[in-house]
Write a protein that binds this ligand. Structure first.
Ligand code: ADP
Length: 494
């Protein structure tokens, strides 16, 4: 099937989290099963720098052309490269005044205004225009999160004007319902949609323009990134205000667990590690542990349980709970190594703990891909105290790296980690807790610590986890079924 993925992020060119990883590995997995898949993203400064660092540059794909929004004309170019390690094309939509911006992919403009709706509206219109110019009409446009949400909307609500969409089905994947693209009603015009999409309440939510809501309503099929999260987002607790819309869409909403990229995250070939290892021969993991002790300023060969974590320092991830639990854990002999950046208050707590507990707590502040691999390999356990977690990738990386996950039982964490409860050592892969409180985090990490000192039990957990299969193959098949269903509900052949 011919599928075009539209996204704000794609790894390794421009990524802030799991979205970028999925938009890279899912297309590769689908291409490996014979589908004709590509990826469309804005040409952000980050992507340009990625090429510059390597002394290369993507090739120009179509002659620059103009896209008009609200009577203004924007000149765009489209550049083409491939996802590393594959022949999957990546098309970069380039318009420097909007996309070449320091401060991160989602930075505001130089007047401090969030102009995301303009940027992503231009991106979607330009990508569709480029497809048209290439004479390439996908059977499915797969939009990821709210940013390219205009694509399913154009398909659903302007087909009477634009027959190009008649044979294009749309799929929306919600990677995180907490990010919705909310703007004032005065921005509706930027989308260039018929006025009744606003007055009829398709785009409107609580008086504001809500891009994710519009995309949910418009898409032929909606997926999210784990079965448990697909259920959670239909509840008032998990839906971030959109649970009602999602309940209405229930018959066309499904949860498919993300996989992991086996080229990027595999301890037997990982170039970032001090030594490589596998489930059959774990000796290299000790070297990685040694290197992590050195980087974290712990004693060489420290016998204590080293618990790592890597993630964005935002309320969703529950690091405040962990940092509150940290003094108790450190006093009880646990070592903690965190890597993340985000909320200044959490960064401050990390600095304070490091100053108070040298040799026991290390907080790396920043974004560092190589270090994230070293933490995954060198830690004994990985903790994820997420308040909610649509899928979560780091616990799956941990499993693949023989690092035992200790996770809150929510979303994809519940679906990917089998918690040890005393009688299931034969198949358990980690530890679960339910309560989003510092006390529950501490109790479960200490439970893990008690098992850590039972060598045989721990190594059983490690091996169970390394045997778990989170390759993309299975999930890619499920996406294929969703694509077919999307065409079916639109009355199109597949
Ligand atoms: P989310 O998408 O909510 O951020 P995921 O667990 O799905 O969470 O994916 C996070 C991805 O981002 C993982 O690949 C993780 O290793 C990476 N990551 C997050 N923070 C950092 C960081 N500070 N340095 C390096 N990698 C990071």
């Amino acid at each position: 099937m011919r599928v075009a993925n539209f996204s704000a992020e794609v790894s390794p060119f421009a990524k802030t989290g799991g979205l970028g990883d999925v938009v890279s590995s899912l297309p590769k997995a689908l291409a490996a099963t014979g589908h004709d898949v590509d990826v469309w993203v804005p040409f952000f400064l980050e992507a340009a720098e990625w090429f510059r660092r390597r002394g290369t540059w993507p090739e120009q794909e179509v002659e620059p052309f103009d896209v008009s929004i609200l009577g203004s004309s924007y000149r765009v170019g489209v550049l083409r490269a491939t996802l590393p390690g594959s022949s999957v094309p990546v098309h970069f939509v380039a318009h420097d005044p909007l996309f070449h911006r320091p401060g991160g992919l989602y930075a505001k403009n130089d007047q401090g205004v969030d102009d995301g709706i303009w940027r992503f509206s231009l991106f979607v219109r330009a990508a569709i225009e480029a497809l048209r110019r290439k004479g390439d009409r996908p059977e499915v446009i797969h939009a990821h999160d709210w940013h390219p949400g205009l694509a399913p909307m154009l398909g659903a609500w302007s087909s009477w004007r634009d027959p190009w969409f008649d044979e294009v089905a749309s799929v929306l994947t919600i990677h995180n319902v907490g990010y919705q693209g909310i703007y004032g009603p005065d921005r509706v015009a930027a989308l260039g949609l018929p006025p009744e999409t606003w007055s009829g309440g398709l785009l409107e939510h609580s008086g504001a323009l809500n891009m994710l809501k519009g995309a949910i309503v418009a898409a032929d099929m909606v997926t999210t990134v784990s079965p448990t999260y697909a259920w959670e987002i239909r509840t008032p607790e998990g839906g971030a205000g959109l649970d009602g819309v999602l309940r209405l869409k229930a018959a066309r909403l499904t949860g498919i667990l993300n996989g992991i990229d086996g080229q990027e995250w595999n301890p037997s070939v990982d170039p970032h590690l001090a030594s490589r290892y596998s489930a059959e021969d774990l000796r290299g993991k000790l070297d990685c542990r040694g290197e992590l002790c050195r980087l974290a300023g712990f004693e060489p060969g420290d016998p204590a349980m080293i618990v790592g974590s890597v993630g964005r320092l935002v309320p969703q991830k529950g690091y405040d709970l962990l940092l509150e639990a940290a003094p108790e854990l450190l006093r009880r002999g646990v070592r903690l190594v965190l890597l993340g950046s985000g909320e200044p208050a959490l960064e401050g707590s990390m600095r304070m703990l490091e100053a108070h507990y040298p040799g026991r707590f290390k907080g790396f502040i920043g974004y560092d891909d190589a270090l994230s691999h070293k933490i995954q390999a060198g830690s004994d356990a990985l903790v994820m105290p997420s308040r909610y977690e649509p899928c979560g990738l780091t616990q799956m990386y941990a499993l693949a790296y023989g690092t035992v996950p200790i996770v809150r039982r929510t979303g994809g964490l519940a679906d990917s980690v089998i918690g040890l409860h005393g009688e299931n050592l034969e198949w358990a892969t980690g530890f679960h807790f339910d309560d989003p409180s510092p006390h529950a985090v501490a109790a479960e990490v200490l439970h893990a610590q008690s098992v850590f000192f039972r060598r045989d039990a721990w190594s059983r957990l490690v091996r169970n986890g390394m045997k778990a299969d989170f390759s993309w193959g299975r999930s890619a098949n499920d996406y294929e079924l969703v694509y077919r269903r999307a065409r079916e509900v639109r009355g199109l052949p597949w």
